[in-house]
Design a protein. Structure first.
Length: 199
């Protein structure tokens, strides 16, 4: 079983509003991201929210996901990854970690990352134009390591520590490199999504 962890515990301070609840594709940003994960080959899906993440959880009420609170209210991304890992079932063989503020990452891209695992990829990273991005896939072999190591570095530390185990998958979408921190980023994502759906 390959599970998914969606990171949705950020404070959105630079956006000036909770970015994951902004309108996108007829729902919210986080709702759209979760739909892409649900349409991929990953499942079950665990969405990590802040301890006070009730509004985000409410936006996902009708979706077949598990909401996981991050008890570290001011924690970094790694603390959310760890909260998600602790919630995974015992038969979870690997995980794909998806950022909640990357609404342009499609289910197809997530599937591409997961499928590389079938070719002995224990850690899989998508790339575009030679740059590594998200979502990141890693097998159960590294769960304990991520739970105890890489403070202050995050999952980048895992990738750097095991270069021989990393498989890159080249995708033709820069979405894997683009997150949404500022209002201009949000507007750009909206424009790109509209352009893609109008083709």
């Amino acid at each position: 079983m390959i599970c998914a962890i969606v990171l949705a515990a950020g404070q959105s301070r630079r956006m000036g509003a909770q970015k994951l609840l902004l309108p996108f594709a007829g729902q919210t940003v986080i709702g759209h991201v979760v739909d892409q994960v649900l349409q991929s080959r990953a499942g079950p899906v665990f969405v990590v929210v802040a301890q006070q993440g009730g509004a985000i959880a409410e936006a996902l009420t009708l979706k077949p996901i598990v909401v996981v609170p991050n008890p570290d209210a001011e924690g970094d991304m790694l603390s959310s990854v760890r909260a998600g890992l602790r919630a995974l079932p015992a038969d979870c063989e690997a995980v794909v970690v998806v950022l909640g503020d990357q609404p342009l990452v499609s289910s197809q891209v997530i599937r591409q990352v997961i499928e590389v695992n079938e070719n002995a990829g224990k850690i899989v990273v998508p790339t575009c134009d030679g740059q590594r991005g998200h979502p990141l896939f890693f097998s159960r072999d590294y769960f304990g390591e991520v739970l105890t190591c890489y403070d202050g570095i995050g999952l980048r530390g895992l990738v750097q520590a095991h270069p021989d185990e990393v498989r890159e998958v080249n995708v033709d979408s820069p979405s894997v490199l683009e997150d949404m921190n500022y209002p201009d980023d949000y507007q750009r994502a909206l424009s790109k999504f509209r352009e893609a759906t109008e083709r």
